[in-house]
Design a protein around this ligand. Structure first.
Ligand SMILES: [Zn+2]
Ligand SMILES: [Zn+2]
Length: 202
């Protein structure tokens, strides 16, 4: 199995359904990594600033980017700007080198007229769209040269803010749950509690 095929299988399991936007994100993530000459993040070696949002077609794109780059919501090395655009910036946190990758306008408009998207518009959930419709579109994306559908920008250097992970915890006085200390709050009676049990919102 090639690296791409193995990432595609991982992406498919993680994402939950077969669709054209996830492999588009996968290829876009790999193209950004190639432009920077970096490997998939094991921890926080890379960051993604994604311009995708929610409630629009093709948000699945970001799951492909996460699969390729190893930048994940849990590790917090991904940030969403909610610009509702299929574009993102990949940053190498070691060197500060960064690159913005976007889907070409003509290609994206064409993809949004595909039979897959027609069925989505008609209210069919992605997992219920027949393989005869989905598979040729997914295979087309898999076989596309990056230059056919992606714009890869100039590599630029950005400033990196460095911080260490926090390891110190304490139990909330009220619910007893273990909480990292930078989100504990002191109540008027002096008890130390978590955000959920406190009168504060953050
Ligand atoms: Zn999807
Ligand atoms: Zn609590």
């Amino acid at each position: 199995m090639t690296n791409f095929e193995s990432l595609f299988e991982t992406g498919l399991k993680f994402h939950g359904h077969k669709c054209p936007a996830m492999p588009m994100g996968l290829k876009a993530g790999l193209a950004a990594m190639k432009a920077l000459g970096v490997e998939r993040a094991q921890d926080k070696e890379l960051s993604v600033i994604s311009e995708t949002g929610k409630g629009h077609a093709a948000g699945c794109f970001l799951d492909g980017i996460m699969t390729a780059t190893g930048c994940t919501y849990g590790k917090s090395n991904i940030e969403k700007l909610y610009y509702n655009k299929l574009a993102f910036t990949l940053i190498d946190n070691t060197t500060g080198r960064s690159v913005r990758v976007s889907v070409k306008p003509d290609f994206l408009e064409g993809a949004l007229n595909s039979p897959f998207v027609q069925q989505r518009k008609a209210g069919v959930p992605p997992q219920d769209i027949k393989p005869e419709v989905t598979d040729p579109l997914v295979n087309k994306i898999k076989g596309l040269d990056d230059a056919m559908f992606l714009d890869v920008g100039e590599v630029k250097t950005v400033e990196i803010k460095k911080g260490k992970g926090l390891f110190e915890t304490r139990r909330c006085h009220s619910c007893g749950e273990v909480t990292f200390v930078n989100k504990l709050r002191v109540q008027p009676d002096g008890k130390i509690v978590c955000i959920g049990c406190s009168s504060y919102k953050e």
